[in-house]
Design a protein around this ligand. Structure first.
Ligand code: MF3
Ligand code: CO
Ligand code: CO
Length: 268
């Protein structure tokens, strides 16, 4: 919606108003509700295609639209990234095995506003090492979010995430980033999950964007498979990711994609 009201900063970042926050709140809540409700559909023997079908159904039942169906030729209502898949895993007929970890990423459009969020799930039993990867990844997202307030910079977000993750001897993926969003799926700026404190554009009240760090147990390098979507770790190490859509407020931020039921725990 290029005709949407509001100022745009010199970095190309749109500044939104209170009505826009309400729109994002609604879209984010639906995406988060779907991530709450999908949990019981994740178990050994289940296919990622069946999980995606449930998600598509939920989007339709809510009278919303999937942002990913038809996006650059993508055909599904979610990305489901299992084990060493970093992001953009394509749902299909492969069955989940006991101990598999997976990221489920859903983006919905409600009244023109985009709600984009992802969480980790486990099929069956979670090992200690994997539990730690998931916990650290979620903690890194929240450290990034804690750095969000007017006067800080995007570099402060990346620095908070990177310094925390590397301090735990894990690595941050560099090849994918968060993004501005609102009435479009992907807008400026690129929200890097690494970087120098104080670098990058200044955060201002009214900016909307995602933070979605991908953390690997091994090295940070990724490669894209022949399907042109699936990104995997080059060293085949396990990877985890969490994503929230947020809006900068006068003294911090609003997380649009918090679990509406508040029943979310990163390693359930
Ligand atoms: N939801 C993803 C993101 O966080 C984008 C998925 S695009 C798709 O930005 F086409 F792969 F679905
Ligand atoms: Co995103
Ligand atoms: Co997403």
């Amino acid at each position: 919606m290029s005709d949407h009201k509001g100022r745009i900063t010199r970095d190309g970042i749109r500044i939104h108003d209170a009505a826009d926050f309400a729109g994002m709140h609604k879209a984010g809540a639906l995406a988060a509700q779907i991530l709450d409700d999908v949990a019981e559909h994740v178990y050994p023997g289940q296919t990622t295609g069946a999980i995606d079908a449930f998600i598509e159904d939920q989007v339709n039942k809510a009278g919303a639209k999937s942002a990913t169906i038809g996006y650059k030729g993508y055909k599904h209502a979610s990305c489901i990234s299992v084990n060493h898949v970093v992001c953009h895993g394509i749902p299909g007929d492969k069955k989940l095995k006991d101990g598999d970890i997976l990221n489920i990423d859903v983006t919905v459009i409600v009244d023109g506003w985009f709600g984009d969020t992802s969480r980790m799930y486990v099929a069956g039993k979670l090992s200690r090492k994997t539990e730690r990867l998931i916990q650290i990844t979620h903690d890194s997202l929240m450290k990034g979010i804690e750095a969000v307030k007017p006067g800080n910079t995007f570099g402060d977000i990346g620095h908070a995430i990177q310094s925390f993750v590397e301090g735990q001897r894990m690595s941050v993926v560099r090849d994918f980033c968060g993004h501005g969003l609102g009435t479009v799926f992907h807008a400026p700026p690129n929200v890097l999950h690494y970087g120098r404190a104080g670098s990058g554009p200044m955060l201002e009240e009214g900016m909307f964007f995602t933070i979605e760090p991908m953390v690997n147990l091994g090295r940070p390098e990724t490669k894209i498979l022949a399907d042109d979507w699936t990104a995997v770790t080059r060293d085949k190490s396990l990877s985890a990711q969490f994503e929230h859509s947020i809006g900068v407020t006068a003294d911090g931020c609003e997380i649009f994609t918090l679990s509406p039921g508040g029943k979310f725990h990163p390693t359930y």
